[in-house]
Write a protein that binds this ligand. Structure first.
Ligand SMILES: [Zn+2]
Length: 238
């Protein structure tokens, strides 16, 4: 968020000397140039003006982050990506891993709770908004909870490059893919078959995500925001 008070210039100087002046976020549209002081634990969550809690960010990233927390500095977000018509596979994957009280945000479940069949209904937009609203809330949640998000398309009108945002914020991203033949077979009509083809056209794979995640985690480790670029990150001690 844009800062409304000025931090101690000595803190800023030490942040720049220690971690550089390149934008730490690297969200889609990043200009790289550190122009503002960004709080890792957001100011609104009680994050303080300390060297440990400040990194330099470009104007664009600082405002587009909107107080979303870095994985583990508050909520831990797990995103499970699945092809269209395969949300049940994602829910199965999550059930095997989640703790009893972990929230799960899944469009088909939201549709179910509204008493509608999302695929054939004009309320699809309401379901999308419910998903986004829940995401926004959990993404800025300072409480130490695990949240599971099921998502088909890693983009929306508002966030055309969602996957890039998730990787920048170090979410745990998993691809659960039963395979094209299976997904295509489950599609009930032309529209759904089109969506399945579109999804596979994105070439999402765990290997690709792991490689990108590894690079991002090395960068976060260099910024002192992550112990090492390990597979299953624990919660940072703050
Ligand atoms: Zn940036």
């Amino acid at each position: 968020m844009a800062r409304r008070h000025v931090i101690d210039p000595r803190v800023r100087t030490e942040v720049i000397e220690t971690y550089g002046n390149t934008c730490w976020l690297g969200l889609p549209g990043c200009t790289q140039v550190g122009a503002e002081d960004d709080h890792i634990v957001p100011y609104s969550h009680g994050g303080r003006d300390t060297v440990a809690n400040i990194r330099r960010a470009c104007k664009h990233c600082n405002s587009s982050r909107q107080d979303r927390v870095l994985y583990g500095y508050g909520a831990r977000l797990h995103v499970v990506l699945v092809p269209p018509c395969c949300e049940s596979d994602a829910l199965e994957y999550i059930e095997a891993r989640r703790s009893q009280d972990d929230p799960v945000v899944c469009a088909s479940r939201l549709a179910e709770s509204m008493g509608v069949e999302r695929r054939s209904s004009a309320v699809g937009k309401a379901v999308g908004m419910a998903w986004s609203g829940a995401y926004r809330q959990f993404a800025t949640c300072g409480a130490p909870i695990d949240v599971w998000l099921v998502r088909v398309m890693p983009s929306s009108r508002r966030h055309p490059r969602m996957l890039d945002e998730w990787l920048a914020l170090d979410y745990d991203v998993r691809v659960v893919d039963p395979g094209f033949a299976e997904a295509f077979g489950r599609a009930a009509n032309i529209e759904e078959r089109k969506l399945v083809r579109q999804w596979y056209g994105l070439h999402l794979s765990q290997a690709l995500i792991d490689a990108r995640q590894q690079a991002r985690r090395a960068r976060l480790a260099a910024l002192g925001l992550r112990a090492v670029a390990d597979e299953s990150p624990s919660r940072p001690v703050w």
